[in-house]
Ligand binder design. Structure first.
Ligand code: KIV
Length: 267
């Protein structure tokens, strides 16, 4: 069996969610960390465009280029053996047209991604359909969408009013109908995330979205206590003098047994 053949697959994540096993995801940006995360049992590695902030030192994810995403995807894919590898499409690389999205998603897949992630609601459904029909698995991203930080006016929780919660539910449904196979929910009320998850159409991965999601994701540099300005939903797993590998193992255990996120980590 080849290394690629023994990797977690998109259907395998769906099967985990169906069986009630929580999915432990972390962001990852290089081969060395990919190997550590892999050994510690992380199910999925996200090459997040958060790399613009935690590696590039930018104030947002907007300056990240597709070429940077391709480079880091190639690095992570080289270091991972078991975990599924998914990559963010950078700002400006998929919004213009379905054709633009396909051409750029294909470059990320060629670099080693098994799935791409796009930020946006119902307006993205035709793009999702176009990618899925051409063999590219897609992860959606609703709630706080960091690429829209200037429209929203900051990194704020979303879906807190009945009207915005309704839009989020409709967006989730439109993306599910279009064929997404995973959905990140960022900074939304725990009850709303649990409700979307309970629909059972698509496994959900929460970040600041409570314990009712099918799995959790954190930015690696946040949960290791490296990034100086972590959000409220972050838990630092490097306390108690742990090694990095032990800290990652503690994260995987806490996601699987449901002890993370605790009430202090969601809205
Ligand atoms: O870019 C990123 O790291 C992300 C996660 C916060 C989900 O999209």
């Amino acid at each position: 069996m080849t290394a690629a053949a023994s990797r977690r697959t998109v259907p395998a994540l769906a099967a985990m969610a169906h069986a009630g096993e929580k999915i432990a995801m972390l962001t990852c940006y290089d081969a060395s960390f990919a190997a550590v995360l892999d050994r510690a049992g992380v199910d999925a590695l996200l090459i997040g465009d958060s790399l613009g902030m935690v590696i590039g030192g930018h104030a947002s994810t907007l300056p990240v280029t597709l070429d940077e995403m391709i480079y880091h995807t190639r690095c992570v894919a080289a270091g991972a053996r078991q975990a599924l590898v998914l990559a963010d499409m950078s700002f400006g690389s998929y919004q213009a047209s379905r054709e633009q999205a396909y051409a750029n998603a294909a470059r990320l897949m060629a670099a080693g991604a098994q799935m791409v992630k796009l930020e946006g609601g119902a307006w993205l459904a035709p793009t999702v359909e176009f990618l899925v029909a051409r063999g590219i698995p897609v992860c959606g991203h609703l709630g706080l969408q960091p690429q829209s930080v200037h429209r929203v006016g900051g990194y704020k929780a979303q879906g807190k009013t009945e009207a915005s919660a309704r839009v989020l539910r409709e967006d989730a449904q439109a993306l599910a109908m279009a064929g997404i196979e995973l959905l990140v929910l960022e900074m939304v009320p725990a009850a709303l995330a649990a409700e979307v998850t309970a629909q059972g159409t698509v496994p959900t991965i929460g970040i600041g979205a409570g314990p009712g999601c099918s799995g959790q994701v954190l930015v690696l540099y946040d949960m290791l206590g490296i990034y100086p300005k972590p959000a409220r939903f972050v838990r630092n797993f490097m306390t108690d003098g742990k090694t990095i590998e032990a800290a990652i193992g503690a994260y995987v255990t806490a996601v699987k047994d449901g002890s993370f996120p605790g009430p202090e980590h969601y809205f």
